[in-house]
Design a protein around this ligand. Structure first.
Ligand SMILES: [Zn+2]
Length: 288
């Protein structure tokens, strides 16, 4: 394709990875350069190239893992009618007042960092993408859109749990109920491996940590299940990737504040992040 300006004609060609490359000028100068270096030329040909093509990103050739830090911000977003409502915060720790939305972000950032520093990421085999990296609350349509755009091969939404008894403990994962989920078995295997990785790391700090387990989402939203999985199912690709909510530990149990949360940045969160990152890398590489 080409486009004319007062001074010259720019000829573009599209590479296999989706990048537009300047292939030459009509004045005989041949120049190959990535689109991102060509912004100075764009006003001359913008009318002929749609914006999406102009902004074409290089396509990542490896496996993409999407990590979703649950909740965020100060207000709920989305709605029950659209099945995309995300609450800004659910659990709060018993005495220290630590909010779930903050520790989901802290831990997710660490997991993404661990993945980015891994040999697999350094050699382009995997990468981590976060749905949010600041204190904002995205509705579930927006979170699912990030997963679709990133071309994820697996997905985990990070959460911390609470229970009315304020005495519960242990890692749990939540997957979509079998009646709505043709990939229930694959989701169960994926979710259990992540929860068990957390359990192993947790036992270093709190030997009484109970065994990890997986349950489904049939109790959520009066049987309708998790809105996030509902949004995933609206898209053919996101509907079939292994996905779970990972409830790393209970935040509202006073007995767990000291071993897990009071001094979390020093040892516990790095240990959880390392365990979750390693399992996600393994799962991403094994994904079909
Ligand atoms: Zn949550």
């Amino acid at each position: 394709m080409g486009c004319a300006s007062a001074r010259t004609v720019l000829l573009f060609t599209e590479m296999k990875d989706g990048a537009l490359v300047l292939a030459g000028y009509d004045d005989g100068v041949t120049l190959f350069s990535r689109l991102r270096f060509l912004r100075c030329f764009l006003p001359a040909c913008g009318s002929l190239l749609p914006a999406s093509r102009l902004m074409a990103k290089e396509v990542f050739q490896g496996r993409t893992i999407v990590i979703d830090p649950g909740h965020g911000g100060t207000t709920d977003t989305g709605s029950d009618k659209d099945r995309n409502r995300s609450s800004s915060n659910n659990a709060t720790s018993a005495t220290l007042g630590i909010k779930e939305k903050d520790v989901t972000l802290e831990l997710s950032l660490l997991i993404a960092e661990r993945i980015a520093a891994s040999p697999e990421a350094q050699s382009g085999k995997v990468r981590a993408v976060l749905t949010r990296s600041t204190d904002v609350n995205l509705n579930f349509t927006e979170r699912a859109a990030t997963v679709a755009e990133a071309g994820a091969v697996c997905f985990v939404s990070i959460h911390f749990n609470s229970h009315r008894s304020q005495r519960a403990s242990g890692p749990r994962a939540v997957i979509q109920q079998a009646a709505k989920n043709p990939h229930y078995k694959a989701d169960h295997t994926f979710a259990l491996a992540l929860a068990k990785a957390v359990e192993k790391a947790s036992k270093t700090f709190h030997p009484k940590t109970p065994a990890a387990f997986v349950h489904d989402d049939h109790e959520l939203h009066k049987g309708r299940g998790s809105y996030l999985f509902y949004q995933f199912n609206a898209d053919e690709k996101t509907g079939r990737i292994p996905a779970c909510h990972l409830e790393v530990e209970f935040l509202d149990n006073m007995e767990l504040e000291r071993p897990f949360f009071a001094d979390r940045k020093k040892e516990v969160f790095p240990a959880w992040a390392g365990a979750i990152a390693a399992e996600l890398i393994r799962q991403a590489q094994a994904a079909p």
